[in-house]
Design a protein. Structure first.
Length: 235
């Protein structure tokens, strides 16, 4: 069960500057605060399932969430790791279509939910907000296309090197300035489109080459330039 909690209003949220809510006028922020609900989700809990209907917009206040699709073989393909300040489920909300992905918590998270009618009204009446949402959708589409191209054409060693560099920035925050990555080997493999055994083997190679150090689920990059060179070999 997720637990409802109280978080700061949107005007004073620590993530405000990194979300599209910074385009909101004072009256719009007040409406959001009056209608939103916030809850604590534990690791492993699902926020929404692929194929379910959308009833609003989720905004990640803290923690980490993975977005993934299930392949015909029953395996996960992680498309994105969501970080604080990111919206979740905006594509389904704006298109009035079912969710195309499943959102699952991979690090205990506080997530706020704003009903669909509030976001729809803002989209119609606030041009800065609606323009930002369109740009966000376009950026997400471009990133997905690029990711699928990488999986199709870039060798797994290059994909894992690139993924680690991306994930380092994803995990970096005030409490984790070095960007230590805390991810299961299964999720890493799913993120780059390979199998767990291959991901483990490549990580072992990177460790022996002095590019990373590992401990349990954590991965710390100690030679980012070296990983960048690995990526560039396959560009």
């Amino acid at each position: 069960m997720k637990a409802k909690i109280t978080v700061p209003d949107c005007e004073h949220c620590k993530n405000r500057s990194s979300t599209l809510f910074h385009f909101c006028h004072t009256n719009e922020t007040e409406v959001i605060n009056e209608n939103k609900t916030c809850a604590l989700y534990k690791k492993g809990q699902v926020v929404f399932h692929e194929g379910a209907n959308s009833y609003g917009l989720y905004c990640l206040n803290s923690g980490k969430v993975k977005l993934y699709k299930m392949g015909p073989d029953g395996k996960e393909q992680i498309l994105k790791i969501v970080t604080p300040g990111d919206f979740i489920g905006y594509g389904a909300l704006l298109s009035s279509a079912p969710y195309r992905v499943t959102a699952e918590v991979i690090q205990d998270a506080v997530i706020c939910f704003v009903p669909k009618e509030i976001i729809t009204q803002m989209f119609k009446e606030n041009p800065n907000f609606s323009e930002g949402m369109v740009k966000l959708l376009t950026k997400t589409l471009d990133e997905t296309v690029e990711k699928m191209a990488d999986i199709a054409y870039k060798p797994v060693r290059g994909r894992i090197a690139e993924a680690l560099l991306i994930l380092k920035e994803t995990y970096k925050d005030d409490n984790n300035p070095d960007g230590v990555i805390n991810i299961t080997r299964e999720d890493l493999a799913s993120y780059v489109g390979t199998v767990k055994e291959t991901a483990i083997r490549v990580l072992k190679d990177f460790k022996e080459e002095g590019l990373i150090v590992t401990e349990s689920h954590s991965i710390k990059i100690i030679d980012p330039k070296g990983l960048t060179r690995v990526c560039e070999l396959y560009d």
